[in-house]
Write a protein of this length. Structure first.
Length: 273
């Protein structure tokens, strides 16, 4: 029996490895998973979580190997098939990833992440309506989980369905009050619907905790401009440009809400128009 050969030692190693995963230390966790697998190459928990950790550190080919080994043990392991698909998608194998998600759905029709990932993949392929179908299925399986509802809101925003998009982000925040990205998008969609005062209130709420978030500063600048509050808008725009000059200048030049400022010397200087 090796140093880590007893059941108690393996359980202890697994406990510490999972603690490292929770602390977002996947490299250190992989070292412990390897020790477990040296003793028991078919330890499914170690194989699965090592695969997850390898995906985290972008060693996708190695992650796929872990999931293949899992599927040799249990060909209908939906989570393993799904995460193999994630690795394939990251490697650019879109067809392979899509097939994995389909196989995972077939293996376990009640496993929500497969529908979510298939929806994300279809959105990347510009197949928005079909993507929404899969996201709706994911939401119906796990209604309180934020990912599918949030992503659905993003797609609806792209499709200019701003009221439906706003509703998605509000649902996310209702179940997950600390979800700052969803709160930000409530502000964005409120602005798209012309409710700039509400948008600014939300942006201020976020800036109270994240004062140098360039996307929020820029969004607030847009809403201030839409309300005709140009001095405040320009001050915020200047701050955003200082934080990310290239991107913010490019955005501001194309933004319709700033068109009234195109002859303003201060605006022209800020964005180098």
């Amino acid at each position: 029996m090796g140093l880590f050969g007893s059941k108690e030692d393996i359980e202890d190693l697994m406990y510490h490895a999972m603690s490292l995963m929770e602390k977002n230390q996947p490299k250190a966790a992989i070292t412990l998973f390897n020790k477990i697998l040296n003793q028991n190459p078919k330890n499914v928990s170690a194989l699965y979580n090592k695969g997850l950790a390898l995906n985290q550190i972008k060693k996708y080919s190695d992650a796929i190997t872990c999931f293949y080994l899992l599927l040799e043990i249990n060909p209908k392991d939906a989570a393993a098939i799904n995460n193999k698909g994630i690795a394939m998608a990251e490697m650019g194998n879109i067809q392979g990833a899509s097939e994995c998600y389909d196989m995972a759905i077939k293996a376990d029709p009640k496993y929500g992440p497969s529908y979510f990932n298939k929806g994300v993949l279809l959105d990347r392929l510009q197949e928005h309506d079909e993507a929404l179908d899969y996201l709706n299925k994911a939401i119906s399986i796990e209604p309180r989980k934020p990912n599918a509802q949030f992503y659905k809101g993003i797609i609806l925003g792209k499709l200019k369905k701003h009221e439906e998009s706003l509703n998605c982000f509000e649902n996310v925040c209702k179940n997950n009050p600390s979800h700052m990205d969803a709160l930000f998008h409530i502000g964005i969609e409120s602005a798209e619907l012309g409710n700039h005062k509400k948008a600014i209130e939300i942006f201020d709420q976020i800036l109270a905790k994240h004062k140098d978030n360039v996307n929020v500063i820029y969004a607030k600048s847009r809403s201030k401009s839409a309300l005709g509050e140009f001095p405040e808008s320009l001050e915020l725009l200047k701050k955003a440009v200082n934080l990310n000059p290239k991107t913010i200048r490019a955005w501001a030049k194309e933004e319709k809400v700033f068109e009234r400022l195109h002859h303003n010397d201060q605006f022209r200087k800020i964005v180098k128009l």
